[in-house]
Design a protein around this ligand. Structure first.
Ligand code: GLA
Length: 428
């Protein structure tokens, strides 16, 4: 196990290594043994957390009725039973902090029965309850942050029955820039990570620093189970990276692509929440995406072993949205116990192939079209670096009627922004 203090020594050289993906053509598998983090072996995030978060659709417009209805819908739609077990209230649930006692309270207008009673309700539905705070003096929405009150807030959250804390980085020094103040970020996240541990309650710790200070290098060391790799994903297909402003699905994919070596059981790269099903109706705007693009987000997030946090209004989902979110085969890829993030193996004229090793001698292969037009992609065993390829069968997901076939090549036509996923499994 590498000690916390030695992480800093590694950081500079690893920061230089990350982000140097080859700009075109084929890429070979990266060295999975490289890691500067010790395993977070508390067993809380053996697979990536799945659930729902209030921000994308409701933003500041949350209240206890909406959250109770959401909990009900997570059960009645089958989302809970498909694995989406965390219900997380994002920012703007907070009231004020008592200046004498330092005790934080909920906004009593939005949550008149109190957060504790809401958490009890969520638990009674067989769900887990998550909440949000911030490592700075204020949250991103301008409410009281936890800086200086880490132990008090952690204890309050534990007393309320919180199972998951999303911890943001607004109102910290230099938070709007990519200035390399990673030591500050490490210290602030460590303070909350330790405070959570001290409560004795198992609480998943979700680091939301957005990526500028490379949280994949130190996230586990400070007690984190997941860490955001990029800025907020808006409801839009393509919007390039811009400091501290929302990005599109495509940019988020390209950022996380370089970070595969840092994800695994216990600690996950988090490319932000799903925008699936929002259709530009939510609090975060962007213009909306097509169902093909939403389906690509779900498939690629699963290929990345990413946390799957739904962001749409689950009380009113279209049949297409349900189909995308409740696809058991795709969810199983995300939740595979090996916990390997997919690697991009092939890139040619906007057509890509990604490979994710799965348990049981299997691979998930995603073929992805980033072009604006339909196009055909064809990859073979050499492109995918599959040894003994004649020993494998291939089956396309989303097409249950398609029989398993002996694997030679995967050749398929993809519409604009479409992804198709195949499973290669060893012949018996
Ligand atoms: C930041 C986070 C978002 C959301 C908002 C809440 O922007 O990245 O995911 O939590 O704050 O204010």
């Amino acid at each position: 196990m590498i000690k916390f203090s030695s992480v800093l020594g590694f950081i500079i050289s690893f920061v230089l290594n990350v982000g140097c993906n080859s700009p075109s053509g084929q890429e070979s598998e990266q060295n999975d043994s490289l890691s500067v983090q010790s395993a977070n072996d508390d067993g809380l995030a053996k697979t990536p957390p799945m659930g729902w978060n209030s921000w994308n659709v409701f933003g500041k417009d949350i209240n206890e009725q909406v959250i109770r209805e959401t909990a009900d819908a997570m059960v009645s739609t089958g989302l809970r039973d498909a694995g989406f077990t965390f219900l997380v209230i994002d920012d703007l649930w907070e009231g004020q902090r008592d200046s004498a006692t330092g005790l934080l309270s909920e906004d009593k207008t939005k949550f008149p029965s109190g957060i504790k009673s809401l958490a009890d309700y969520v638990h009674s539905k067989g769900l887990k309850f998550g909440i949000y705070s911030d490592a700075g003096t204020k949250t991103c929405g301008g409410m009281p942050g936890s800086y200086g009150f880490e132990e008090k807030d952690a204890k309050l959250f534990a007393d309320w029955g919180v199972d998951y804390l999303k911890y943001d980085y607004c109102y910290c020094p230099d938070y709007t820039s990519a200035n390399n103040d990673y030591r500050m970020a490490i210290a602030r996240y460590k303070a909350m990570g330790e405070a959570l541990k001290k409560t004795g309650r198992p609480i998943i710790f979700s680091i939301c620093e957005w990526g500028p200070r490379s949280p994949w290098l130190w996230g586990k060391e400070v007690g984190g189970h997941l860490w955001r790799t990029s800025y907020d994903v808006a409801d839009i297909w393509d919007k390039p990276k811009n400091e501290h402003s929302p990005i599109g699905i495509l940019t988020s994919i390209d950022v996380i692509a370089n970070l595969a070596r840092f994800a695994g059981p216990g600690g996950w790269n988090d490319p932000d929440m799903l925008v699936v099903g929002l259709k530009n109706s939510g609090y975060i705007k962007g213009g909306g995406c097509t169902d093909t693009e939403y389906s690509t987000q779900m498939s690629m997030w699963s290929m990345f072993s990413a946390p799957l946090m739904i962001g749409c209004d689950v009380r009113n989902m279209s049949e297409n949205t349900k189909k995308i979110l409740l696809n058991k085969d795709i969810i199983a890829i995300d939740q595979d116990l090996l916990g390997k993030q997919a690697i991009r193996m092939f890139r040619n004229n906007g057509m890509e192939a990604w490979k994710k090793p799965l348990s049981g001698d299997r691979f998930a292969i995603a073929l992805f079209n980033r072009n604006e037009n339909a196009s055909t992609v064809s990859v073979g065993a050499i492109d995918l670096e599959i040894e003994d390829s004649s020993q494998y069968n291939a089956r396309e997901l989303y097409e249950p009627e398609t029989a398993e076939k002996s694997f030679h090549r995967l050749t398929t036509k993809l519409s604009a922004h479409e992804t198709k996923v195949f499973i290669l499994s060893k012949k018996s």
